[in-house]
Design a protein around this ligand. Structure first.
Ligand code: GCU
Length: 595
């Protein structure tokens, strides 16, 4: 009997999974007609996924997503979202409940919302990010399954919505696995949960799914515009307006729902010194989307990076997406402003948003503040290079990062990996990603953080086959931390590629306020001396086009356990987890002031 029940459950579950439709990511969601579902959500910690599987580990029909309530006094229901505690969404669970600080597993979230359906409108449910594996249910119907902890997704829930009270439930599981992206090991905290905005997005049945505006890379008097409808409807008028440039141009979509045209204009070019943004509107079928767009060109010429045709040196710093004051996933403008403010204080014109796509508010804040960005997908360390599902996952994250941010002038580099071990399988996997990124966006540069594998007699030679697939050759080196700082003056660096070079990581740890001699590990003096020696060393590297020292701020990591010093923080920050600037901060600031 149990077998039949299980089979019926599975069949029904598959059927219900078909109900809603995953739709491609909607561009510029923040400026669409949205209703926020941010706020207090009930949550249930479900260590053994009792709310999803029966006692034979088959998906159950009677899962927590049914949101069942006892009808008769004798009814047995072993969960109740209404009686469960709440936490603030967006927000990771680790820093909102001490019992979840280290937790890796499933947590269910639930909230109700009132809704009035509108004739002819579609309603999408949008998540800015959910880490890591999530199943979403609306009024008990399964509407989508998403994998990936740092990219947005949306699903059309029009047919599941009711007038009046609706209930959305989401199962979030942040357990790590070898075939995931990232894999089961990474040097940052595995913050789980609904870590970015949740929005209801109201659209016409035929809407502008995404659009792209970009200055021609060579001719700064030409702007390329393209837009794509969600459906292949021909003859839909799409109008682009940029009032300050006296642009007001319409064109009809083709049978695939695409429209594209070039514009002659002489825009003020976006740059760190002049982060000029133009008010832009895209109209179609009664919807008008507002955006602010900067126009700039980024290219390379030999070992130089050119911004708007002129060589630029990237005075950068690396940064994790963590709140300015002591941990937890950052997800809003205030944290971004504080963190990017510290980078600007250093004299930075560039930030490496490591090791995954950061939230959209931070990217737009950096754009307004004139800070160029490196944006990266978490192909970090030992990815399962030969697993087709892993490649699909990495491609999806790359696509969604590009589709979300393709109109952000300050993003100049898409990075496809960090510190990955050399192998034919890895080159096949990553070159597929590099080519895919270029097929989606040929207006930016591709890079990845490599490692120098060969060193003899103080000669460090970068020798990575992936050099042929990237526009910028970047690599991490840790002279002074994982190797003796006294070797720095003797070090020679050979990068045999006629491409710009970025030192995408160097640095060392220090506990703020711990002082001693410069060879005493963990003191601020040790870190200060490490920066002095490294900056003097990298200055001699031919073709050095920039650097992003590791890292702006101390950040939580389960790999950094040393009590009394690290306490589950990686202490390589130039700023402590409490916002205190270490001595090395001022060494880098001084060095940048001279470039
Ligand atoms: C690596 C890695 C970082 C890590 C750093 C460190 O280079 O890219 O993610 O945090 O080293 O060891 O602190």
């Amino acid at each position: 009997m149990k077998k039949i029940t299980a089979f019926i459950s599975l069949a029904l579950l598959c059927l219900s999974a078909k109900a809603a439709t995953d739709v491609p990511l909607v561009g510029n969601v923040l400026n669409r007609q949205t209703t926020s579902l941010n706020g207090d959500w009930h949550y249930i910690i479900d260590v053994q996924e009792e709310g999803y599987y029966d006692y034979r580990m088959n998906p159950t029909r009677w899962g927590f997503f049914q949101n069942a309530k006892p009808r008769k006094p004798e009814d047995l229901i072993e969960y109740d979202f209404d009686a469960a505690p709440t936490m603030k969404i967006p927000g990771d669970w680790n820093t909102q409940n001490d019992r979840l600080f280290f937790y890796e597993g499933t947590v269910w979230f639930e909230r109700e919302f009132d809704y009035t359906k509108k004739e002819g409108k579609r309603t999408l449910l949008y998540f800015g990010a959910v880490n890591y594996d999530s199943h979403v249910y609306v009024n008990t119907k399964h509407v989508c399954h998403h994998i990936g902890g740092f990219t947005p997704f949306n699903t059309d829930i029009t047919d599941e919505l009711k007038d009046g009270k609706n209930v959305v439930i989401i199962k979030v599981d942040n357990k790590r696995h070898a075939e995931d992206v990232p894999t089961q090991i990474f040097d940052w905290w595995n913050y789980g949960g609904i870590t970015r905005d949740v929005l209801l997005v109201e659209l016409n049945s035929s809407y502008v799914e995404n659009y792209k505006l970009a200055l021609d890379k060579q001719d700064f008097k030409i702007i390329h515009f393209s837009a794509k409808l969600n459906k292949g409807t021909a003859g839909e008028q799409v109008t682009l307006r940029i009032p300050e440039l006296k642009i007001d141009k319409s064109a009809a979509t083709d049978a695939q729902g695409n429209v594209a045209f070039d514009l002659k204009a002489k825009p003020e070019l976006w740059s760190p010194d002049n982060p000029k943004l133009y008010k832009v509107t895209i109209s179609q079928g009664g919807e008008t989307i507002e955006d602010e767009i900067g126009f700039r060109s980024v290219t390379t010429e030999g070992k130089k990076i050119l911004l708007n045709g002129k060589p630029i040196y990237l005075k950068g710093v690396s940064m994790h997406e963590e709140k300015a004051n002591g941990g937890g996933r950052a997800n809003g403008q205030d944290d971004a402003r504080q963190l990017i403010g510290w980078a600007k204080e250093l004299g930075c014109n560039f930030i490496r948003f490591a090791h995954y796509p950061h939230n959209e508010h931070a990217i737009r804040e950096a754009e307004r503040m004139g800070v160029l960005l490196w944006s990266e997908i978490p192909c970090y360390w030992t990815i399962a290079w030969t697993n087709p599902g892993t490649l699909e996952n990495a491609k999806n994250q790359l696509r969604d990062m590009i589709m979300r941010d393709q109109n952000r002038a300050n993003i100049i580099i898409w990075s496809i990996a960090n510190e990955t071990p050399h192998s034919k399988e890895r080159d096949t996997f990553l070159s597929t990603l590099a080519n895919y990124a270029r097929s989606l966006d040929n207006t930016r540069l591709i890079s990845m953080a490599m490692e120098v594998t060969g060193q003899s007699n103080y000669v460090n030679r970068l020798n990575d086959n992936m050099n042929q697939y990237v526009d910028i050759v970047s690599f991490n080196q840790y002279i002074g931390w994982y190797r003796d700082v006294n070797d720095a003056p003797k070090m020679k660096w050979e990068i045999p590629y006629d491409k710009p070079v970025i030192i995408s990581e160097f640095g060392g740890g220090a506990k703020y306020g711990y002082h001693g001699s410069k060879n005493q590990r963990w003191t601020e003096e040790f870190q200060e001396n490490l920066y002095i020696e490294n900056l003097a060393m990298i200055e001699k590297i031919d073709g050095l086009a920039g650097t992003t020292p590791w890292i702006l701020k101390d950040f939580r990591s389960p790999r950094r356990v040393l009590n009394g010093i690290q306490d589950y923080y990686n202490r390589k920050g130039l700023v402590s987890d409490k916002g205190e600037k270490k001595k090395a901060f001022f060494i880098l600031k001084e060095w940048y002031s001279k470039r």
